[in-house]
Design a protein around this ligand. Structure first.
Ligand code: AMP
Ligand code: MG
Length: 901
């Protein structure tokens, strides 16, 4: 009766009215509430749930009840507002939807019917513009009242109507729920003489990621949190309730608090993230400088090899003497503390002579990459105002117009050799500059980072403590110098000269060839290898860590995120040779590190005398598990940017936590979170900065250089992943009206001005950049580069890809399909998906499930699946043939299901 009634009632105008309301109300709602999880979201329903309970203090309970009354709201609305405030902070979202059940017994006729009438309402709330809790409460009140007025539309109808791309990984419309149970469990059914009693069901299950049920009983509030156990660890659930409790207590006491000011951390957690996990202080010998420590080491091990390059070597004593002579020569040219010396050299022994020579003269070196365009080098030299340049004859010729003194280490060798070989006497303090390294600048010009001796010494000590001390006794290690001097990774290599290591600068031609590189490492029995994850991936392919591959015992991966694949390989390698090192140039190379082991990539713990703070946008410490921006404090923090006071004060901010006078924190722009064990997980950037093959690039700098081109009107540069999942730069260019500009011209323009890694690999010419509603460039609407716009082709590469691309093109009715394009973005939907899958089953004779296309929505990915299935020899179901049996035919499963209902 009810069903008939409901169908008649919910039709025509009434139905349209309700649908129209919900359609408008949920327009553009975020499909997923991104609560940070402990485990990645996997496809498929895994309903097992964990649960935790909490109780609020009587004071807070009373406060919330009174608040609700004062504001003309219900307790439900007040608690929901608190829950949503917490979710907003967790997810970093200011628009979110929470589901809440309504009983659906709003008619007399159904009051004493047995049955389930419950409906779920999607309550969307706007947390934007940082409202006070009071303001939020009034928003929630309005949203709830409206939703109640439209509560008849069944949730299933709403999903049917509103949700376009269903995801297998999460529930549609909302993934988090809230309910207030006021029955207290006592007004149970009355069934004559029967006395029903509640009892616990078996293992808890949930259809949602998180569900909070609050209960009001005997004047006090308590709650149960149910969470999907596949996503969250029990301690995360417990922590979440602690945060909710702190939040509710705070808003009960003062509902005028802005949401960003509402505390989440209790004192214990605050002390843990601010202090306990940053207890890294170590006393280092005071008053020394980099070059004085080197001199001490040279006196200790004069005959040990300091540098080996191809077939030439320098012992510690020889390096000490050569560097001393160069230093004396530089002194004559006016080099002294705080004087900058450009260093532009090919790889070789002289690299180390130059670095130590400059330091011994009291100056600071400014490395320039000889491979970058001469225009670029001139820009940097001019920006640095370096009065002296150390280089080689053939490189000097390219830097015509430089007005300072030029020292050519090859051509001027004899002049330098005439200097005495004792160190010059110079007053250098630990606070003096050691080097200036340039990094990409988003406003268009690179910026020089000023690093002091004390920071370099701390790096040396920190690495020794964290990595080298654990290597056990034995000869000091043979260390590769792989990255160029202009890349600050080189510092952590050459600084090993202070500990007696032998350095192996890797020749350029070897470095770029993974096969040659492994050979080189094997031949020289190199033990410590520094590299970027991109290079490491290739070297692993060459058997770097396999038995008999090389003698490398420690791999120091740094410079960009270490992906899971490489992490796994390193973690599974005997002896666990892998290290993940994290750090911006502004904090002296490395500030956090982790041995590679366990299941997930982390950047580990802060190194000696470094402190890590994960802060929310209000500058308050983020709770464990919740992403925030990483701020770094400690001895490694650089002095600032050369000649850029404004940028310096923007990025180097006062340190409110250490209590040290004048201490500053560097704002990294990196998104990270603390894990429960006190290690940091890297989650990406908060700005547009990208890393490509370990090179730090501000797309804004590339844009600025492109804009200098006369025919370029507008430009936007972004990093996109190509078919193989590799990041590359893509430039979107709008030429001046009525003009034409070729990709080749743009490429050349850049090649003359920026290093190769900053030249985009694809140029897309557009008539206009796509804009979003607020008039800004809509990054997501930028089209992927077409085949001809990219150097590499994205056309099918294998037979399987070819056949699949053909099927797609036919089913989708389009001409050509790139192997990395998503089926659903090309207009595919589940019906067409069915067609693709059935044709693919036929063509490849494999049992391909429909969900395979949802999980692997590109030709490339699906082809991989199919190939896997074929290798596994999975048999296809036999074709359906016309039945020849006599007598009644069996029912299909679907028919059976129908009959059984
Ligand atoms: P750079 O100044 O070239 O050292 O670049 C620093 C930036 O590179 C950091 O702010 C991070 O964004 C990124 N980065 C460096 N090392 C790592 C790492 N181990 N994992 C993830 N990102 C890293
Ligand atoms: Mg770095």
């Amino acid at each position: 009766d009810y069903a008939l009634w409901q169908r008649a009632y919910l039709s025509g105008e009434r139905l349209e009215g309700q649908l129209a309301y919900w359609r408008a109300r949920l327009a553009d709602a975020p499909p997923l509430l991104e609560i940070p999880t402990d485990h990645p979201r996997a496809v498929g329903p895994r309903p097992r749930a964990g649960s935790h309970r909490f109780a609020l203090s009587t004071r807070a309970t009373r406060g919330l009840q009174a608040l609700a009354r004062r504001e003309g709201a219900t307790l439900f609305m007040t608690l929901l507002a608190g829950w949503q405030a917490l979710l907003g902070r967790y997810a970093g979202q200011d628009d979110l939807v929470v589901g809440t059940p309504v009983a659906g017994r709003d008619r007399r006729e159904t009051e004493d019917l047995v049955g389930l009438f419950v409906n779920m309402l999607a309550l969307r709330v706007d947390l934007s513009a940082d409202p006070s809790f009071l303001q939020l409460l009034s928003r929630v009140r309005k949203a709830a009242l409206e939703a109640y007025a439209h509560q008849d539309l069944p949730f299933e109808r709403l999903v049917e109507e509103l949700v376009v791309g269903r995801s297998l990984a999460h529930a549609p419309l909302f993934q988090v729920t809230f309910a207030l149970d006021r029955s207290g469990g006592r007004d149970l059914l009355e069934l004559g003489e029967l006395r029903p009693e509640p009892f616990a069901t078996g293992a808890a299950v949930t259809r949602f990621d998180l569900g909070l049920t609050m209960r009001e009983e005997d004047g006090s509030l308590s709650g149960v949190l149910l969470y999907r156990a596949a996503l969250f660890e029990p301690e995360t659930g417990e922590r979440m309730l602690r945060h909710l409790e702190v939040l509710l207590e705070a808003v009960a006491a003062d509902p005028r608090l802005r949401l960003s000011d509402v505390p989440l951390l209790d004192d214990a957690e605050r002390a843990q993230v601010l202090h306990a996990w940053n207890a890294t202080a170590v006393q280092h010998p005071e008053g020394c400088c980099v070059h004085t420590l080197f001199a001490e080491q040279a006196a200790c091990t004069p005959d040990a090899l300091a540098v080996v390059f191809e077939d030439r070597t320098l012992s510690y004593a020889e390096l000490e003497r050569e560097a001393n002579r160069l230093a004396r020569h530089l002194r004559r040219l006016g080099v002294a503390p705080e004087v900058l010396v450009g260093v532009c050299l090919e790889r070789g022994l002289d690299l180390l002579v130059a670095v130590l020579g400059v330091l011994k003269a009291g100056g600071a070196y400014v490395p320039l990459d000889p491979a970058s365009p001469s225009e670029r080098q001139r820009t940097l030299l001019a920006d640095a105002h370096a009065p002296v340049l150390l280089t080689q004859a053939h490189l000097a010729a390219r830097l015509e117009g430089y007005r300072g003194a030029v020292v050519r280490l090859d051509a001027d060798r004899e002049i330098i050799a005439r200097e005495p070989d004792e160190a010059p006497r110079v007053e250098v303090a630990p606070r003096n500059l050691a080097y200036v390294i340039y990094t990409s600048g988003s406003t268009g010009t690179p910026k020089g980072v000023l690093v002091e001796h004390r920071s370099v010494l701390n790096l040396f000590a920190a690495l020794r403590e964290a990595i080298y001390a654990g290597r056990g006794a034995g000869a000091p290690p043979r260390v590769s110098m792989n990255g160029p001097l202009s890349f600050d990774t080189s510092v952590k290599q050459w600084v090993q000269l202070l500990g007696g290591a032998t350095l192996y600068p890797v020749p350029e031609a070897v470095r770029v060839d993974p096969g040659a590189m492994t050979d080189y490492l094997r031949r020289h029995r190199v033990e410590v290898l520094d590299c970027t994850p991109s290079q490491l991936r290739m070297l692993l392919g060459e058997g770097l860590l396999e038995k008999g591959g090389t003698g490398v015992t420690d791999v120091l991966a740094a410079g960009e995120a270490l992906d899971e694949g490489v992490w796994e390989v390193l973690a599974a390698t005997e002896g666990r040779p892998g290290w993940n090192l994290y750090g911006p140039t502004e904090c002296t190379v490395d500030v956090a590190l982790s041995r590679v082991w366990g299941t997930r990539p982390v950047i580990g713990r802060p190194v000696a005398n470094a402190r890590a703070y994960v802060l929310d946008p209000a500058g308050e410490p983020a709770p464990v598990g919740i992403p925030g921006e990483l701020y770094v404090g400690g001895v490694g923090v650089a002095r600032g940017y050369l000649g850029r006071a404004a940028q310096t004060s923007e990025s180097f901010v006062p340190d409110p936590f250490s209590g040290e006078a004048g201490a500053r924190l560097y704002r990294t722009g990196d998104r990270v979170r603390w894990l429960a064990d006190g290690t940091l997980e890297y989650l990406g950037r908060l700005d547009f900065q990208v890393k490509i093959r370990g090179f730090r690039i501000e797309p804004g700098e590339v844009e600025a250089v492109l804009r200098e081109h006369a025919l370029v009107r507008q430009v936007m540069v972004v990093a996109r992943e190509d078919a193989r999942g590799e990041k590359r730069l893509v430039a979107y260019v709008v030429p001046e009206a009525g003009t034409e500009v070729t990709r080749a011209e743009l490429r050349t323009h850049l090649r003359e001005r920026v290093p190769e890694h900053m030249v985009p690999s694809a140029f897309v010419l557009l008539e206009a950049l796509p804009l979003n509603a607020s008039g800004k460039v809509d990054r997501r609407a930028l089209p992927p580069p077409e085949h001809e716009e990219v150097g590499a082709s994205v056309a099918p590469r294998t037979m399987v890809e070819e056949v699949l691309a053909g099927i797609w093109a036919e089913v989708l009715g389009i001409e050509r399909v790139g192997v990395e394009e998503s089926f659903f973005e090309l207009g595919g939907h589940s019906l067409l998906a069915m067609r693709v899958v059935s044709r693919a089953r036929e063509a490849f004779r494999v049992e391909l499930p429909l969900r395979a296309l949802f999980e692997a929505p590109t030709v490339a990915a699906l082809a991989e699946r199919i190939e896997g299935l074929r290798r596994a020899g999975a048999e296809a179901a036999p074709p359906i043939e016309r039945a020849r049996r006599e007598g009644p035919l069996p029912l299909s499963f679907a028919q059976q299901r129908l009959w059984l209902v």
